[in-house]
Design a protein around this ligand. Structure first.
Ligand SMILES: [Mg+2]
Length: 203
């Protein structure tokens, strides 16, 4: 049976924590309190985080804002390849399967990161989840539209649990990368989904 892998992006395929800490360094250099910035940014993650929106909300404006965003985009462009986890491209090349990225965030900004990381060559189907159209809703649509075996891989147990609650014909896999923000064990680990630290471990 053909397989269709549905990947979360940040924290699953892409080491977003490194990028995030660099961004907080940049904001701190603009005299913004790091912890305030961290809190405000976290609130934006689901509704559509972009560095510009975040910086604006932290009170940066005008030429300072444009310079900051320009510099950070250049940095992201230059470093994104190194932020893609090492196992990702080999996995995509080896598998004869369909691939989708299903991610929260701002459409344009998520595409920008994906392209900078070189993933657009391998994955053309990129879907953006929103608070009003969460991942489990989109997974349900995806399952209805394919004959393939759907395998959903995410580092956030909340998203996996929501998919579990839909009782979909789907295999759930939890990614636990070193240093991920979703590092805590979950009661469903090993029970309702396999936990892995690398794509090479998928059964
Ligand atoms: Mg994630």
């Amino acid at each position: 049976m053909k397989k269709h892998y549905v990947f979360d992006f940040d924290g699953t395929l892409f080491d977003v924590q490194s990028l995030w800490e660099c961004w907080l360094d940049e904001l701190e250099a603009c005299q913004i309190d790091r912890e305030d910035a961290r809190d405000r940014g976290s609130q934006l993650f689901e509704t559509g985080f972009t560095p510009r929106e975040h910086a604006e909300q932290m009170g940066i404006e005008g030429a300072e804002l444009d310079e900051l965003i320009g510099r950070f985009e250049e940095y992201t462009q230059a470093e994104a390849l190194t932020m893609l986890y090492d196992d990702v491209v080999p996995f995509l090349q080896e598998q004869k399967a369909d691939f989708t990225v299903l991610t929260f965030g701002d459409h344009e900004y998520q595409h920008f990161k994906l392209e900078a990381a070189g993933l657009d060559e391998h994955i053309q189907d990129i879907r953006i989840a929103r608070p009003e159209r969460r991942k489990h809703v989109q997974l349900k649509e995806l399952c209805a539209a394919t004959d393939a075996e759907v395998i959903f891989i995410d580092d956030n147990p909340r998203e996996l649990s929501a998919a579990l609650g839909e009782d979909l014909p789907i295999t759930l896999v939890r990614m636990m990368r070193a240093g991920s923000k979703h590092g805590d064990t979950h009661p469903n680990d090993g029970e309702h989904w396999q936990t892995i630290t690398s794509l090479t471990e998928i059964e």
